[in-house]
Design a protein around this ligand. Structure first.
Ligand code: FES
Length: 66
């Protein structure tokens, strides 16, 4: 499914950017070497980032309190 019509970025492209570390719609665009044109895809990308990051396992090391 196309997410960004202007830059022809589909959902797999957004997901690939997220897996590479993109945590903002701007970072997704940068991952693909472009910038926003109309910006209508910004909210959808943000939602995809939030959902993906929420689903990721936490890699925060636990430290015992003293
Ligand atoms: S739809 Fe993404 S910049 Fe226009």
């Amino acid at each position: 499914m196309i997410i960004c019509i202007c830059r022809r970025i589909n959902d797999q492209g957004v997901q690939a950017a997220i897996e590479a570390g993109a945590r903002s719609p701007e970072a997704v665009q940068a991952h693909h070497g472009c910038e926003f044109n109309c910006g209508k895809c910004r909210n959808t990308m943000g939602e995809m980032i939030s959902e993906s990051v929420d689903a990721m396992p936490a890699n925060i090391p636990l430290v015992a309190a003293e």
